[in-house]
Design a protein around this ligand. Structure first.
Ligand SMILES: NC(=O)c1ccc[n+]([C@@H]2O[C@H](COP(=O)([O-])OP(=O)(O)OC[C@H]3O[C@@H](n4cnc5c(N)ncnc54)[C@H](OP(=O)(O)O)[C@@H]3O)[C@@H](O)[C@H]2O)c1
Length: 269
């Protein structure tokens, strides 16, 4: 056991949210976690919250059982060579950086370093995340389960057994919040054109999204069956659905997803 159970290298939006979520779930106390920030203000904020803080990221790597790498992907070129020089027992490494591959991290840290790549999405900050995980060859199933349990406290998780699936899944969870915000924005703008206050439209549409998601998650009816249940023959919904179909909604989404995935592979090169 090292001095700290959990360390965050880059306690920004996601890194802090994950540490806070784990503390809320009682997985460790703030004093058992060491958070790295460059800025003195952020260090002071985290110190007031009860965390141990440091401005030296090698201290996180050498002093914590598990280290969350939560810096931006472009910072890895600077950070990995420094971590590679650290001596002592290696921590379990958890990376949330999009596109930074096992090969890249192992080349610097050693192929014997246990690494779990995790792709969370921003609703994790409200405990409603949809997170995907994959382990490298050096990580054990028990380590994967330990990290999965951490993210289970902040939403749902899915484990993949091949690294490339973290790219293939990006449009469906990591990037999907943006699609959903665009859909909500378009619906609210249209509602305003029809004399409905934007705030009322947002309230009604968001509750409709929550309710519809819950209907889908019951899994007793397929999406097509649920659509048919709303589309009375000769009614209003059927008119709307015909426009969505004629304008190619499914094709548009499939094309957007293909582009999104292609970009994930490009970023990983
Ligand atoms: N946001 C998302 O939706 C999302 C979803 C999935 C995965 N991710 C991944 O999460 C990671 C963090 O994203 P974020 O949105 O939380 O970013 P963020 O708020 O900007 O946090 C980045 C952290 O990295 C630190 N940092 C920046 N440059 C550094 C450097 N040169 N050396 C050392 N530390 C440095 C920052 O330090 P200071 O605190 O000192 O400024 C900050 O704590 C990224 O790799 C991203 O791919 C994000």
């Amino acid at each position: 056991m090292k001095q700290y159970r959990f360390g965050v290298l880059g306690a920004g939006n996601m890194g802090s949210a994950i540490a806070d979520g784990a503390v809320r779930a009682g997985l460790f106390a703030p004093a058992e976690a060491l958070l790295f920030n460059r800025s003195a203000e952020k260090q002071e904020k985290h110190r007031r919250e009860g965390y141990a803080v440091t401005g030296d990221y090698t201290a996180v790597y050498t002093g914590c059982d598990t280290v969350l790498l939560a810096v931006k992907p472009q910072n890895f070129d600077e950070i990995l060579p420094v971590l590679a020089g650290c001596t002592g027992e290696k921590p379990l490494v958890v990376s949330i950086a999009a596109g930074v591959t096992f090969a890249k991290m192992e080349a610097a840290l050693g192929a014997d370093t246990a690494i779990i790549r995790v792709m969370p999405n921003t609703p994790l900050m409200l405990g409603e995340g949809a997170t995907q995980l994959v382990k490298n060859a050096a990580a054990t199933d028990a380590q994967l389960q330990q990290v999965r349990a951490l993210f289970d406290t902040m939403g749902v998780t899915v484990v993949f057994d091949r690294e490339e699936m973290l790219n293939e899944v990006i449009p469906f969870a990591g990037s999907a919040p943006a699609y959903i915000y665009a859909f909500a924005d378009a619906m609210v703008q249209s509602a305003v054109q029809h004399g409905i206050a934007a705030d009322d439209a947002l309230t009604l549409f968001c509750q409709t999204m929550i309710g519809s998601a819950k209907m889908l998650l019951r899994r007793d009816k397929t999406p097509a069956e649920l659509i048919r249940a709303v589309c009375s023959p000769g009614g209003t919904t059927v008119e709307a659905m015909q426009v969505l179909e004629q304008r190619g909604l499914y094709d548009i989404l499939a094309e957007a997803n293909d582009k999104c995935i292609a970009r994930a592979y490009e970023l990983g090169k």
